[in-house]
Design a protein around this ligand. Structure first.
Ligand SMILES: [Zn+2]
Length: 125
C-alpha cells in the first residue's frame, strides 16, 4: 500500500507537468485531460495516505531498543500500545512484516496470523 501511495503521487506529478507542457506546446485538450488525471491520481494518493496513517506511521515513529531484547533466539517484533483508551496494540511481525492491530493492551502471548510464528509468550516465563 505504501508503494501504491508513492506511485499515485509520482504519477500525478508527472501527469500534471506533462499535461501543462502539452497544453502549452501541442494539444490543449490532451494537456487538460492529462492534468485532470494527474489531479485525480494526487487525490487518490493523498487519501490513501490519510487512511494508512494510523498504524504504519506509528510503527515508523516508535522505535524499540531491539538490541536490548533479552533472548536473541526469539523472533523480532514491535509492539505499539496506545497511551489512552481505547487501548489498541499494533504488532509488527519481524519474520514476515505482517502488521496486526489488536484491541486492548499488549496480549500476554501472540502468534502471527500470517506466518504462524509465536512472537512471544510471557506466561511461560
Ligand atoms: Zn508473521
Amino acid at each position: 500500500m505504501k508503494n501504491f501511495r508513492e506511485n499515485m503521487l509520482i504519477s500525478s506529478i508527472i501527469l500534471i507537468v506533462l499535461g501543462s507542457m502539452i497544453s502549452l506546446g501541442a494539444n490543449m485538450v490532451m494537456g487538460i485531460v492529462m492534468g485532470v488525471s494527474g489531479i485525480v491520481c494526487f487525490v487518490l494518493g493523498m487519501s490513501a495516505n490519510t487512511k494508512l496513517e494510523l498504524s504504519p506511521e506509528k510503527i515508523a515513529n516508535w522505535t524499540p531498543s531491539e538490541e536490548k531484547l533479552p533472548d536473541a533466539g526469539r523472533f523480532m517484533y514491535r509492539v505499539d500500545v496506545t497511551l489512552d483508551e481505547p487501548f489498541r496494540s499494533t504488532i509488527l511481525c519481524g519474520p514476515c512484516g505482517h502488521v496486526e492491530i489488536v484491541e486492548g493492551k499488549r496480549p500476554s502471548s501472540y502468534t502471527c496470523e500470517k506466518c504462524n510464528k509465536e512472537l512471544w509468550d510471557s506466561e511461560e516465563e
